[in-house]
Design a protein around this ligand. Structure first.
Ligand SMILES: Cc1cc2nc3c(=O)[nH]c(=O)nc-3n(C[C@H](O)[C@H](O)[C@H](O)COP(=O)(O)O)c2cc1C
Length: 309
């Protein structure tokens, strides 16, 4: 079932969506068992910013029909805290994951970073470049630009300029995580490719709002948040299809995946890898189940390739 992705060999095509599976916390809860049954073929960190962030005021979650609105606000220790405290723990965990055949195979680490300017992003990438534990980088471009206030990833011209400006900061594979909150996601994907991205990933959460029952005012402390889960699956499918048809770099598809059939839909429209996000909150082993079922799915190209090998 192995898959080639930007020069990395992954055991199967299922990874996690950034910010939806805390591997360090999971290690504390599940202990060694997590290494024996690690669910993802590559592990994506939550978003890291240059300076530490406290995140948004509570409440931060709202359960919607068939989905979740979150306004977590990217709390994190900042670049230095991540490199000093989290990276060694992640590297130690991922180096010793069981490969399913009585051996150990390292799971590649993809570090997800966000900056409000090309300069901030370049600093993040340069610092990560020096760390061999990091296999690839993902740029979260759902961040307002410090100068324009517009989300960096929402405007193709701005996105291409930013990716081009930071590309030389790393030789590691560079994935651009597109925002779905834009008029033309395919144009943004093409811009990322022209700027030098090695891959794109999508979709991030869709901007959404919920009112506190009976209060007529926003429930979430930040006012609005991002919708994820089954409610966005068909939007994700449309956006992944539109992007995969227009770029020649690999695409990581995500949004509402709960089953192998959902994952296979994204692979069928052109994704190379599929990420599981919100479903991991319901079932931390969901990605492992999906990868196992994909291998058995007669529609699965990866299963077919595996059988032919
Ligand atoms: C609680 C939560 C936190 C998230 N944090 C991040 C994050 O730190 N960085 C990021 O790029 N995406 C983040 N995402 C977006 C997910 O990675 C994913 O793109 C999105 O949730 C769609 O997939 P899903 O429907 O399977 O959850 C977050 C999503 C959720 C639900």
């Amino acid at each position: 079932m192995s898959v080639e992705f930007c020069g990395l060999t992954l055991a199967h095509p299922v990874i996690n969506g950034s910010g939806t599976f805390d591997a360090i916390a999971a290690r504390e809860v599940f202990g060694e068992e997590l290494r024996e049954r690690f669910p993802f073929a590559a592990y994506v960190s939550k978003t890291i910013t240059l300076a530490p962030r406290a995140g948004n005021p509570p409440p931060r979650l709202w359960e919607a029909s068939a989905g979740l609105i979150n306004s977590i606000g990217l709390p994190n220790k900042g670049l230095d805290g991540y490199l000093r405290e989290d990276l060694p723990k992640l590297a130690e965990l991922l180096a010793g994951v069981a490969d399913g055949a009585h051996g150990r195979a390292p799971v590649p680490l993809i570090t997800n970073v966000m900056g409000a300017s090309a300069d901030e992003l370049a600093q993040l990438l340069q610092a990560c470049e020096e760390r061999p534990e990091i296999a690839a980088l993902e740029l979260n471009v759902s961040c307002p630009n410090v100068d324009t206030g517009l989300d960096i990833g929402a405007d193709p011209g701005q996105l291409e300029r930013v990716v081009r400006a930071v590309r030389a900061s790393t030789r590691k594979p560079l994935i651009v995580k597109l925002t779905p909150n834009t008029a033309d996601v395919a144009a943004c994907a093409i811009a990322a490719e022209h700027g030098g991205a090695d891959a794109v990933s999508l979709i991030n959460t869709l901007r959404a709002m919920a009112l506190a029952p009976g209060a007529g005012a926003a429930w979430l402390g930040a006012g609005t948040g991002g919708l994820s889960g089954p409610a966005i699956r068909t939007v994700a499918l449309a956006q992944v299809a539109a992007v995969a048809a227009r770029v020649s770099i690999p695409v990581i598809g995500m949004g509402g995946v709960r089953s192998a059939a959902d994952a296979q839909d994204l692979l069928d429209v052109g994704a190379t890898l599929v990420a599981v996000g919100t479903e991991s909150f319901r079932d931390p082993a969901a990605a492992a189940r999906i990868a196992r079922e994909l291998a058995r799915d007669p529609r699965s190209k990866t299963a077919a390739a595996g059988r032919a090998a």
